[in-house]
Design a protein around this ligand. Structure first.
Ligand code: FPP
Length: 243
């Protein structure tokens, strides 16, 4: 098959990496093996996104709700994250990738918090792709946090309620200096947002594929981008108004 030609590159791609458990179950393996295989997809997609010149890649690696999973699964996922940060940050750094994280990071184990801080600091001046990891993340919690910060600013007298606009609000989100996602990919066929980037995805194009995350590699990513470039983004306008 000929390689798809990607000419319209989205600035920001966000991914809900779903289906690791089902991938493992279908093979009679424990769920954690699906997560391990899913790491290979993370590597493949990060590299492909970087090569294509995507500016921001946000990966939903662990939701706030995921803390409710069995303890062994949570600690396995934390272990994978630790392994990723220990083994791969140097290479990501060499490739000029800037690492960031969004979510309630203070809930993560202390060693992960320290490793994250170190990785973020080390790559802070990089000018290539931003790899944004959503960890212990909840879209509603992010919106509630922004409202809290705004209320505090009003109480301090730094801000008047009438000055709160959509644009000001976004500055209080974790993603304050990032563009909204142009494309949200969800693997494994589930038709939901699962509390991911709720404010930011107002006009994001959705791409949902039945492919399970461990099977989602470069070819599948290119397919998603190919589909994205066929979409007409009207932002509420009509076709004729677009230039
Ligand atoms: C969803 O599949 C996947 C997760 C909850 C974890 C995703 C994590 C990784 C791919 C590895 C860690 C990532 C980084 C960036 C270090 P699921 O378990 O909900 O699958 P299921 O719906 O089939 O049960």
């Amino acid at each position: 098959m000929a390689e798809p030609k990607i000419v319209k590159i989205p600035q920001h791609v966000a991914i809900i990496m779903d289906g690791n458990g089902r991938w493992a179950k279908a093979r009679g393996l424990p769920r954690i093996m699906g997560h391990r295989e899913g790491m290979k997809s993370v590597r493949a997609v990060v590299e492909c996104a970087r090569k294509l010149g995507i500016k921001v890649l946000t990966l939903y690696a662990f939701s706030k709700e995921n803390w409710q999973r069995p303890r062994e699964e949570v600690s396995f996922l934390m272990g994978l994250l630790e392994e990723y940060l220990r083994r791969e940050v140097e290479e990501l750094h060499q490739k000029n990738i800037q690492i960031r994280a969004i979510g309630e990071l203070e809930l993560l184990p202390r060693n992960i918090q320290a490793l994250l801080k170190e990785s973020i600091k080390k790559t802070a001046a990089n000018t290539g792709m931003i790899l944004n990891l959503a960890l212990s993340y909840s879209g509603r919690a992010e919106i509630a946090r922004a409202a809290r910060l705004l209320a505090e600013a009003c109480l301090r007298g730094d801000l008047k309620p009438e000055e709160i606009t959509e644009d000001l609000f976004r500055h209080y989100l974790y993603t304050n200096d990032l563009p909204d996602p142009d494309l949200l990919i969800r693997t494994s066929g589930e038709m939901r947002l699962s509390n991911f980037l709720l404010y930011q995805c107002a006009y994001t194009e959705l791409y949902i594929t039945p492919t399970l995350w461990p099977d989602f590699r470069e070819d599948e990513f290119l397919k998603a981008l190919e589909e994205y470039q066929r979409r007409e983004r009207r932002f509420g306008k009509i076709s004729e108004q677009l230039n």
